[in-house]
Write a protein that binds this ligand. Structure first.
Ligand SMILES: Nc1nc2c(ncn2[C@@H]2O[C@H](COP(=O)(O)OP(=O)(O)OP(=O)(O)O)[C@@H](O)[C@H]2O)c(=O)[nH]1
Length: 628
């Protein structure tokens, strides 16, 4: 930072910085506004002496590039003329243990049996069931992740992958908590329901009761005149599964499900996993376009160049049309279930999209972190202020924040200085208060901070100052015209400062001026005792010191101290001062004289010293050392 930069950061001019630097060590080299302050301590000192506080933060990173929106979005809705029928995508939902997994297994088994390839099914998150009857090539796609958690997760990401919900309700158990929850979620997503009343093979199965309970739960069962189809099945025994598939197919026909099989692929990730042999895998359901090998896909911040596609029987696929679950190999990163899948033109675009999305993600993370940091800072500041208040109240004996009551002032004649402190920012006021904290009341003058705050001087401040006889100290704040007018009618002192140490120096002077004057000795002269005489005073003989003035002057009216070696034998006034035979008022250096003390009992010896002094009153200075 240069001197000019620092001045700007402080909201001052460079003269201010140079002025403060006069009181800062090692700052002699910084003579021009462009001088770079390379000494950290100098920087800190200038800041604190200016009444600010500093925060140490990491240097700002590279300036954010002005990145263009490189994201890729879904295409606008297709022209109805290009739409082709597509299979329904079905999710099975229901209460715990009502038989979702068993039903899926049974349906998958049906699929295997019906499959022309045969082979072993593998779990890829979804599978297709070919209908035995009906139109040729008619299939249903089942999402192989039962339970509403998966459904919820998909919806939370805005992926409406499901066309029909099969609600499994165990006939022995009836409608339970998660049955109701599943109904609510399907309704919210506006997805039609087909009910599979399961476990009808069980002896305690009660289909009628279950239907009634469903009706109460808001399902318009067809037996009761509603439009929701109900199939009674046994997933375990395989009873009525064909019927269930037919009913689903019927429901799908009612929905007239269609999709655009042309153009760039759009889809949704159903499941993703890593396989030691095959690498990163993800099953997607194509929703638009037809997926081909070599296509480049983006899902969240992951991308893939499709190296291979497989169906749920592990058979390689050449293409994936809408509603078909396809397992894809070729992912560089694993996408997450529910991620929207979009085909892009080439790898370069995939890179750009991913980079852009990562940048957005990072930004969101930073913003979220900033919110937390801001909240923490606020919390810290609040705590800091509370502590400051507490500190001031505790330190009242030293420096009274509240100051004395007006009545106390009238009764209390001991020296005190009351102040009101107004500053431009919290930091400066607190910094000054911190300095005032170092004031030591041993000084015999009490310092009271009647009031402090941020902002301009107000009428209220003036009123307070008048009541308490306080001085208003302004740090970097002005007084507006109206307040100035009020001020002119009052006997209130206002002092302006914009450098802390100057404000403190001023306050020191103010405090000093309130201290009582101090009595000090002023040595006028010194005399050596040559011998003791005795003179008659009435009937008594009194001792007189025969001396020579060796330093300064001896004044008769002044005080004298008789010193013998280390010992002081007398302190007081003279009875008489003579030179030869005559009384004199003073004796100069080199002149001999006879001095008689007020105390006649004091005897003299040659070699004694008499010191002549006067008492003088001098103004006191406060001993307060604020540390700078
Ligand atoms: N008798 C009979 N038992 C069944 C039937 N369907 C499922 N079960 C049994 O009910 C129990 C629970 O079946 P699951 O398929 O695991 O139930 P789920 O709904 O998938 O359970 P969660 O995965 O825990 O939610 C198992 O012991 C099944 O064998 C059925 O039609 N008849």
């Amino acid at each position: 930072m240069s001197v000019a930069d620092l001045a700007e950061a402080l909201g001052k001019d460079t003269d201010h910085v140079f002025e403060v630097m006069r009181y800062v060590d090692n700052s002699i080299d910084y003579t021009r506004p462009s001088s770079i302050i390379d000494n950290w301590q100098v920087m800190k000192d200038v800041v604190t002496k200016s009444g600010f506080r500093y925060n140490i933060i990491a240097p700002p990173g590279k300036k954010e590039e002005n990145v263009k929106d490189k994201d890729v979005k879904k295409r606008p809705p297709p022209d109805p003329s290009v739409l082709k029928p597509r299979p329904p995508v079905v999710t099975i939902m229901g209460h715990v243990d009502h038989g979702k997994t068993t039903l899926l297994d049974a349906l998958r088994h049906t699929a295997v049996v019906a499959s022309e390839f045969g082979g072993i099914t593998q779990h890829i998150g979804a599978f297709s069931v070919k209908l035995n009857s009906g139109k040729k090539n008619e299939t249903i796609t089942f999402l192989d992740t039962p339970g509403h958690a998966a459904f919820k997760a998909m919806r939370a990401r805005g992926a409406e992958a499901t066309d029909i919900v099969v609600l499994v309700v165990a006939a022995d158990d009836g409608v339970m908590e998660q049955t109701v929850e599943s109904i609510r979620m399907a309704k919210e997503a506006n997805v039609p329901i087909v009910v599979a009343i399961n476990k009808i093979d069980k002896s305690d199965a009660d289909v009628e009761r279950t239907k009634k309970a469903l009706l109460s739960a808001g399902i318009q069962v067809e037996d009761f005149g509603g439009d929701v189809q109900v199939v009674e099945v046994s997933a375990l025994k395989g009873t009525n599964l064909d019927l269930l598939v037919e009913v689903i197919s019927l429901q799908a026909q009612l929905l007239e499900l269609k999709a655009d099989p042309t153009g760039l692929v759009e889809g949704v990730v159903i499941e993703s996993s890593t396989n030691v042999h095959r690498g990163k895998l993800a099953t997607i359901i194509v929703q638009r376009g037809t997926l081909k090998k070599g296509a480049v896909l983006v899902a969240g911040t992951a991308w893939a160049k499709v190296r291979g596609m497989f169906d749920d029987k592990g058979q390689p696929l050449l293409s994936g049309s809408p509603s078909t679950p396809v397992e894809i190999i070729g992912w560089r990163d694993l996408p997450s279930a529910g991620d929207e899948v979009l085909e892009v033109d080439n790898e370069k675009q995939a890179h750009e999209v991913v980079k852009f999305r990562e940048m957005l993600k990072m930004k969101q993370k930073q913003e979220a972190a900033q919110v937390i940091i801001d909240a923490k800072t606020q919390e810290y500041l609040k705590e800091y202020k509370a502590q400051l208040e507490k500190k001031w109240l505790m330190g009242r004996r030293k420096v009274r924040r509240e100051g004395p009551r007006p009545k106390e002032i009238e009764e209390d004649n001991s020296p005190h200085v009351s102040i009101i402190l107004k500053g431009d920012v919290d930091g400066s006021v607190e910094a000054i208060l911190d300095v005032l904290e170092t004031y030591n009341f041993n000084d015999d003058c009490q310092l009271s901070v009647i009031h402090y705050g941020v902002g301009q001087v107000t009428e209220n401040d003036i009123e307070l100052a008048e009541t308490f006889g306080a001085i208003i100290y302004c740090f970097n704040v002005d007084i507006n015209k109206n307040v100035q007018q009020t001020l002119e009618t009052k006997d209130v002192k206002v002092k302006h400062h914009n450098v802390i140490y100057k404000l403190v120096d001023d306050l020191k002077e103010e405090i000093s001026s309130h201290l009582p004057e101090k009595e000090v000795e002023e040595i006028l002269g010194e005399a050596n005792v040559l011998q003791q005489f005795e003179v008659n005073e009435g009937r008594h003989k009194v001792p007189v010191a025969g001396c020579r003035c060796t330093k300064g002057v001896l004044k008769k009216s002044a005080f004298f101290r008789l010193v013998r070696g280390e010992e002081t034998l007398f302190e007081g006034t003279l009875k008489s001062m003579r030179h030869l035979k005559s009384d004199v008022d003073s004796i100069r250096k080199g002149v001999e004289c006879g001095l008689q003390l007020e105390d006649k009992t004091v005897c003299f010896q040659p070699g004694d010293i008499l010191i002549c002094y006067e008492m003088k009153s001098i103004p006191q200075k406060t001993s307060w050392d604020p540390g700078f």
